[in-house]
Design a protein around this ligand. Structure first.
Ligand SMILES: [Zn+2]
Length: 108
């Protein structure tokens, strides 16, 4: 699991306070223990900081996502040039990720 991918996934998470999305620059990987990742995020709009724990099941992660560049990720998201299986894997991965992350602590 690459830190870059964790950050990109976190950009799909909305700020708990103002409901706006985080940007990659606002996301710091604190560390990880096997599948458990600790991520520090800072909202660029209301400046609330949160510590987030995410459990990411690596077995669900397709190889193709391991080293995507920003442009490639856009293509991936736009479902451009990928097989149905790839899309399904990513869908399952995102579903798992969204179900297994929680904010531990927030402060403004
Ligand atoms: Zn916010």
């Amino acid at each position: 699991m690459e830190e870059g991918l964790i950050k990109k996934l976190m950009t799909k998470v909305k700020c708990d306070v103002c409901g706006r999305g985080y940007e990659v620059d606002n996301i710091d990987i604190v560390g990880h223990e096997e599948n458990l990742w600790f991520i520090k995020v800072r909202c660029p709009f209301c400046h609330t900081q949160c510590l987030v724990a995410a459990v990411v099941k690596e077995s669900k992660v397709p190889e193709v996502t391991s080293d995507l560049t920003e442009v490639e990720f856009q293509r991936f998201r736009d479902k451009d040039g990928l097989s149905g299986d790839d899309r399904l894997d990513m869908h399952n991965f995102l579903k798992d990720f969204n179900g297994d992350f929680s904010r531990l602590f927030c402060q403004k």
